[in-house]
Design a protein around this ligand. Structure first.
Ligand SMILES: Nc1ncnc2c1ncn2[C@@H]1O[C@H](COP(=O)(O)OP(=O)(O)OP(=O)(O)O)[C@@H](O)[C@H]1O
Ligand SMILES: [Mg+2]
Length: 232
């Protein structure tokens, strides 16, 4: 289980996230919704270990992730909000490098890269340098890089950013399959419709504070309407 325990992050003296507590269990797809600046990416960066909380901890299977970040990151697939890919590497070379760093075996690696490039319609472009890729193509490479080593925890920060309808649909199906395979998923978005479709549970942030937390069904039923009508 992945747990955020009283997480607080201040930038200088300004609080971005305040006293946030939640947990994600295997098979759960927890959506994190909130308007721009509500603290989603700050929360994600603390969950990945990229940012040290000002107060509170992130625990995975009962251990503070900061105690052994290297081991924790092996279990993690992360799609950041913004990423800088090496423009002079081809998509194939980049994925090969990431897979090798994640300890994948050569035989398994080539097969996995091939099938994921096919799935996301990037196979014909695999030998072109990423500097020539469109934003959506780079985003698809990031998604592949996050999932290819089959980790236990997936953290997605606006993963559909720049994707066309077909790729977005493939990705949404893939996320649902992760849930069915008992993976832990934390999915940030400001698009209510996507969270309603993809996630089992939802956390709504406003100005760095949780204002609602429940299953998607309960939140929808309580209000007798779509989440869309309770935009924070
Ligand atoms: N490196 C930083 N230094 C100072 N303030 C920051 C920094 N990063 C984020 N903030 C502030 O923290 C607050 C939360 O930002 P965050 O990026 O976590 O929001 P978000 O919910 O991800 O927004 P968006 O939907 O635009 O991606 C904002 O007020 C932002 O200005
Ligand atoms: Mg963000």
């Amino acid at each position: 289980m992945l747990e955020a325990v009283h997480l607080t992050k201040r930038y200088s003296s300004l609080p971005a996230v305040q006293n946030l507590s939640f947990s994600v269990r295997p098979g759960q797809i927890l959506g994190c919704l909130g308007p721009n600046g509500s603290g989603k990416s700050t929360t994600v960066k603390m969950l990945t270990g990229l940012l040290q909380p000002t107060r509170g901890t992130v625990q995975f299977d009962g251990h503070n992730i900061q105690d052994d970040l290297k081991a924790y990151r092996k279990c993690l697939g992360y799609v950041p909000e913004e990423a800088h890919l090496y423009p002079y590497l081809s998509g194939w070379e980049y994925l090969e490098m990431i897979g090798t760093l994640r300890g994948m075996r050569d035989s398994e690696l080539a097969k996995k890269i091939d099938s994921l490039l096919e799935l996301f319609s990037l196979h014909p472009h695999r030998h072109a340098t990423m500097g020539t890729y469109s934003k959506g193509m780079r985003q698809r490479i990031l998604l592949i890089a996050a999932i290819m080593h089959n980790p236990d925890i997936f953290i997605f920060d606006e993963p559909l950013s720049g994707l066309d309808v077909t790729s977005a649909l493939i990705f949404k199906n893939l996320v649902q399959a992760l849930g069915r395979n008992d993976k832990l998923v934390f999915y940030c978005s400001h698009v209510l419709e996507v969270v309603e479709k993809v996630c089992s549970d939802v956390l709504i942030l406003r100005k760095g504070v949780v204002i609602a937390q429940d299953s998607v069904t309960n939140i929808g039923q309580t209000l007798g309407q779509s989440l869309e009508n309770r935009t924070p």
